[in-house]
Design a protein around this ligand. Structure first.
Ligand code: MTE
Length: 332
């Protein structure tokens, strides 16, 4: 790892005090004064937005999302306000911290309850037809954007590996720490590529997420490889990340290296960290508040006044059927 890119202890603090990084390992690590002075420094000196330099993706179908009239956010906004705790807990700090993240070579292993388990090279995945999908994106913290993703329905991958009849869930895992993929709480080796220890992030790594198989098979659930027709910037989860537009943003796991079909509901990072605050489903729902704040409204990045949050983030017509008969207050 390049030492100049290593996050300094004084920078480990965070403006989004609301996501509960309840300190399972790092309690006591950071003195309160360090946190306070770091935050003060950053509020006075936010880093300038970084220019986004990525290559064009060729042959993207412009299918878009016909019902969406919202204006998309700019690439500069999308690539400079990020949550990616492996790199930094500062939204404006992720882009710089992830600058040297190496996304080649890259493989995605698809295994578990499938007839034909396979390790895909990213080059093979990129041969799948890519299309543009302009989606609303709502973070559980109460901000939102509109993002023109490039990607393809996850179903395309499942059509290749053929899930078995007893597969009911899908577990996803983010890259972590190169040769030390389970390096929780230890010094990371060279291969960590700029990622930080979970000690500093306050959540366990590798980051994991999950969906029910029928949710993953829904045509709106995509694996994204780009934004605005360009290769996904590192800070947005290069080279491939999940996007589930009707769920809170933390379900949309970044830099995926493993997809495992299972019969049991898989663990997810945020529900491990704070089970009473983040559930497995995490569908956008203005009527179910987070224990510490309302989810009724949201701040669209770039707008001054708040707007109403929509049930299933506005995708109810397409996805409500997945949750028929469920009590969404209980299964949050
Ligand atoms: N995936 C990993 N591996 N690590 C993370 O910290 N943050 C999640 C999600 N996926 C996160 C992640 C959260 S909280 C949000 S809101 C979105 O990524 C942010 O995606 P963006 O930075 O592309 O807007």
């Amino acid at each position: 790892m390049n030492d100049s890119k290593r996050i300094k202890e004084s920078e480990i603090t965070d403006e989004n005090t609301y996501l509960n990084r309840r300190n399972f390992i790092r309690a006591g690590l950071l003195a309160g004064t360090t946190v306070a002075s770091g935050l003060g420094y950053r509020l006075l000196n936010p880093p300038p937005p970084r220019p986004v330099e990525t290559a064009d993706i060729k042959g993207v179908t412009k299918s878009g999302n016909a019902s969406l009239t919202d204006e998309p956010n700019s690439l500069e906004e999308i690539a400079n306000y990020n949550n990616y705790y492996e790199f930094s807990t500062s939204k404006t700090g992720v882009a710089g911290a992830a600058e040297n993240f190496k996304t080649r070579p890259w493989t995605v292993s698809v295994d578990g309850l499938v007839r034909k388990p396979r390790v895909f090279g990213i080059e093979d995945i990129l041969k799948i037809d890519q299309e543009e999908r302009i989606y609303r994106f709502r973070c559980v913290e109460g901000w939102s954007m509109v993002i023109p993703w490039v990607g393809f329905p996850i179903k395309r991958i499942f059509d290749i590996v053929e899930p078995l009849g007893n597969a009911k869930y899908v577990a996803f895992q983010t890259f972590y720490g190169g040769s030390n993929p389970r390096g929780e709480g230890v010094d990371l080796p060279e291969g960590a590529n700029g990622m930080q220890s979970s000690l500093f992030a306050g959540i366990p790594f590798p980051y994991v997420e999950g969906l029910r198989l029928d949710e993953a098979l829904h045509p709106l659930a995509i694996l994204a490889t780009g934004i605005y027709g360009k290769v996904l910037p590192n800070q947005n989860g290069a080279p491939i990340r999940l996007v589930v537009p009707w769920k809170y943003g933390f379900k949309s796991i970044k830099s995926v290296v493993r997809i495992t079909l299972t019969s049991e509901q898989p663990p997810t990072t945020w529900s491990k960290a704070a089970p009473n605050e983040y559930g497995f489903y995490s569908n956008v729902n203005p009527e179910v508040d987070h224990p510490r704040w309302s989810q009724a409204t949201e701040r669209r990045i770039g707008e001054l006044s708040r707007r109403d949050t929509l049930m299933f983030n506005g995708y109810g017509e397409e996805v409500a059927g997945l949750y028929k008969g469920m009590d969404l207050k209980r299964e949050y």
